[in-house]
Design a protein around this ligand. Structure first.
Ligand SMILES: [Fe+2]
Ligand SMILES: [Fe+2]
Length: 276
């Protein structure tokens, strides 16, 4: 799937944006409220306590992330350089809220609890500051706007969506999906991944084009390098649910998954494996 995300540079950015906008309008119409979660509840009750709690931790991470990106996304739309780009990015905004809605429903109908606390994601926490810088850039020159957008795309589409979220889909598959359980969550992820394919596809296409300019290439590298250590430790933190530290299933293999995707994204953007 990762390879298919990267568009070539033969079409203009506006053509790509418009094509993805039309695709979102025509096909991105799934309804989070309609996914059948009835078997998930039964499967969840049959899981042992550690795997139940790991699922709570895992879904909390996703819910927090989807909600955070949804709430913070408006500056990315506003910095879109054309009608076509803003039109596409506006579809992304509502889709992030749909993903949030799906996980809210999952907590209510399957897990039967509120989300837990304390799932640290430093890269997500920095979105606040990023959004503020992007809003400030709206008052600046075209050059400043483009620079702010480059960093915003690297942070959001390039790392949060292109690395962290995608590692999460694979973790779900390794721990739960591959056992043929939790079909509602599997269906939700399938739909979310279709949406994210457009989001990441557009972001990487923009980054690949912008990286042709040396100054932009340098800021994309800077963002990736700044977040590299934060991404690496994302899965190393202790997993605590309800005050109890629970074991991480070995198949999660988080650090290796995120770092592999991290390198792949750099290759998508720069065409080489290493940034140095
Ligand atoms: Fe999302
Ligand atoms: Fe997304």
């Amino acid at each position: 799937m990762a390879e298919e995300l990267v568009f070539g540079l033969d079409e203009s950015t506006d053509e790509v944006a418009w094509k993805l906008y039309r695709k979102a309008i025509r096909f991105g119409t799934w309804d989070p409220a309609e996914i059948d979660l009835s078997r998930d509840r039964e499967d969840y009750e049959r899981l042992d306590k550690d795997l139940q709690d790991y699922l709570i931790h895992f879904c909390t991470g996703f819910l927090d992330a989807e909600e955070n990106v949804a709430l913070k996304f408006c500056p990315w739309i506003m910095l879109g350089a054309s009608t076509q780009q803003q039109a596409f990015l506006s579809t992304q905004l509502v889709e992030e809220f749909k993903h949030t809605e799906f996980f809210l429903r999952y907590f209510q109908e399957v897990l039967g609890i509120h989300r837990t606390e304390g799932v640290q994601n430093a890269v997500q926490q920095k979105l606040d500051e990023r959004g503020k810088r992007m809003l400030n850039a709206l008052e600046g020159s075209e050059v400043q706007k483009e620079e702010a957008l480059v960093e915003g795309l690297a942070h959001y589409q390039g790392i949060i969506e292109g690395v962290q979220a995608m590692a999460g889909y694979d973790v779900f598959e390794a721990v739960y999906g591959s056992k043929g359980i939790l079909p509602g969550l599997k269906e939700g992820f399938k739909r979310i991944k279709e949406d994210e394919g457009r989001h990441v596809g557009f972001g990487l296409r923009m980054l690949k084009l912008l990286a042709k300019q040396e100054k932009h290439a340098a800021s994309i590298r800077r963002v990736y390098e700044e977040y590299r250590p934060l991404i690496a430790i994302r899965y190393d933190q202790p997993v605590i649910v309800d005050g109890r530290q629970i074991p991480v299933p070995p198949v999660v293999n988080g650090r290796e998954r995120v770092m592999k995707l991290f390198e792949r994204r750099l290759k998508d953007i720069f065409g080489v494996v290493s940034v140095s």
